[in-house]
Design a protein around this ligand. Structure first.
Ligand SMILES: [Fe+2]
Length: 266
């Protein structure tokens, strides 16, 4: 099982020094002579045999995969077709590797040709959402934010996500829980640590796992902005809760803030 982009597989090929075992001049196979370090001189029939070897076929595959990874575009339908089975694989795994999965989705999104049209039904609301795809474990949606609008601090309990900037600018402040408890009690004060800030313009990405950077605050940047969200839901009842976060950190050096859940709504 692998969630790595195909081009990352190239990293698994043995380094050249491990492939050079014989001294120059040695005939390592009928018609195959080591010419100098790292190079083979291959005779007629042997060349055909070597080209048919699993190793070389594997290298050819890697080369093709790398070419594919470095160029070309995919449609949203192609993205969903590739990503959705991986989402199912992730949530069913005994030891899910969320970061590898999220990086794979991010890699695929770099090739996305065009996002689907935005079909929000929010009228003139400053924050509008449009759902493009939904299955039990996987969702694709868009959020359009007017300049200065906000989706204030909230968590993503039992789900992860990749956010891709589509147009304009959306500012993201990312945080994560301090300690192991992801959903402290309703009346408890708890601590969150700021981990990253980013302005998502077209083509820029932000990711969050169930533990890493799982909390964020979104603001519409200058002129507003639109982002594409890819969410993967684990079987436990996932969802988001809004929280209040104190303006001043309790530990400025570690960027730790006190927070508490909002009692209702936003
Ligand atoms: Fe969010």
């Amino acid at each position: 099982m692998s969630w790595f982009p195909q081009d990352f597989e190239a990293c698994r090929l043995p380094a050249e020094e491990y492939m050079q075992l014989e001294a120059p001049g040695t005939e390592i196979a009928p018609g195959v002579t080591v010419e100098r370090r790292g190079l083979f001189k291959i005779g007629g029939a042997a060349a055909a045999l070597l080209l048919a070897s699993p190793l070389l076929r594997g290298q050819e595959k890697v080369k093709k995969a790398a070419q594919k990874a470095g160029s070309g575009k995919i449609s949203m339908a192609e993205f969903v077709a590739e990503a959705e089975p991986l989402a199912k694989e992730l949530v069913d795994a005994d030891e899910p590797n969320e970061d590898a999965y999220l990086m794979h989705l991010a890699s695929l999104l770099c090739k996305l040709d065009n996002a689907p049209a935005f079909e929000g039904r929010g009228g003139e609301r400053p924050v509008q959402m449009s759902r493009n795809h939904r299955s039990p474990h996987f969702a694709v949606m868009q959020i359009k934010m007017a300049e200065g609008s906000s989706l204030p601090f909230h968590d993503h309990y039992e789900y992860n996500g990749v956010i891709l900037g589509l147009e304009g600018a959306v500012k993201v402040r990312s945080f994560e829980m301090v300690g192991e408890e992801l959903r402290p009690g309703r009346d408890e004060k708890f601590e969150i640590r700021e981990t990253a800030t980013a302005t998502l313009t077209k083509g820029r990405l932000s990711t969050l796992s169930r533990t890493r950077d799982n909390i964020h605050d979104l603001r519409g940047g200058e002129g507003g902005g639109r982002v594409l969200d890819i969410f993967t839901f684990f079987p436990d009842n996932g969802g988001s809760k809004y929280m209040e976060v104190e303006d001043e950190p309790v530990d400025a050096e570690r960027k730790v803030y006190k927070a508490s859940w909002r009692s209702r709504g936003r």
